[in-house]
Design a protein around this ligand. Sequence first.
Ligand SMILES: Cc1ncc(COP(=O)(O)O)c(C=O)c1O
Length: 378
Amino acid sequence: MQSKKNPKVFVTRPHMPPLDSFNHLLKEIWSTKVLTNNGPFVTTLENQLADYLEVPHISLYSNGTLALIAALHALNIEGEVITTPYSFVATSHALWWNNIKPIFVDIDPDTFCLDPGKIEEAITEKTTAILPVHVYGRPCKAAQIQRIAQKHGLKVIYDAAHAFGVKQGGQSVLLEGDLSILSFHATKVYNTIEGGAVVCRTAEMKNKLSQLRNFGFVNEVRVLRPGINAKMNELQAAYGLLQLETIDQQIANRKQKTLLYKSLLKDVAGIRCYEDLENVQYNYGYFPILVESAVYGKERDALYYYLQQKNIFGRRYFYPLISEFEPYNQLPSSSTGNLPIAYDISRKVICLPMYFELEDKLIIEICTSIADFSVQNS
Ligand SMILES: Cc1ncc(COP(=O)(O)O)c(C=O)c1O
């Protein structure tokens, strides 16, 4: 007899606020009819997020990609920018939209983030900035990156799309570099359906970023810069305010699931989990494993498709590398020889399902399947 399959389990599932609470705020929006253009919910969310994240200023955007495009523009970044191939493709696309050439540098095998030891050799007279990514919310080696940036007069813009609420040594990682961007896409730990933000230090920069997201308008009759339309709307912001009420509970819940996964996988030979650092407060947004096929006995993709047969839809984040996609694969820095660690990790990684409502019994089933497959005859 065939065993009954679980319903499809995806890598993530958004946590949503109670519908009644959202309806309550929608009624308010319906009565004021303020839908967008820096309305009261956006302003309140900006203040509450800055408090929650312990950062001086936040400018909300309609999504993380536009936040990154605007952040690069706000700092007048041009020429070449050193970045990582091991990220979501939006990281490099934001450079492309600013007419900037990405220069890919390999990643650090411990953090999976840009390797500071390889940055300097990639700097040329055209380099103006470094764009690292806190992949899976694991902090980059920011102190080293900052030293290099200072030595060469470069700006640092962090793609912190995964790093909502992450702290190192008690301080938000969003305070590193010149600017950081966040994504509040539905797949993220903290979501506003679609959404994003730029985190900055001064009111002046916040002002500039808030003008940039609104066509460059300074006031009714003055357009100072060629801005874009990247405004967060009031419905997104109202939803975001409700999300903030439960975010600590959501992160604690993910931590418990992470610990369960780790305890169940610790004796499966050939499956590597990430070791948390003691001084880091993570958000547990992702649960990546590395499949060391020589030890595990099966290839990563074989496991990936085996899990799919069981209705477990993990994701191979980040495979292929950004540098392998057509807009970038002809760049000299995209060669596999230049990016051996990123290439290797991208061929080993699977992100397993991780979300608030994921039941422990499913985590147990997933881990049992992973252990069983290792010893199955091919
Ligand atoms: C690392 C990274 N950068 C940028 C983005 C783009 O964010 P958004 O989808 O909000 O535009 C994402 C995710 O979607 C991401 O994972």
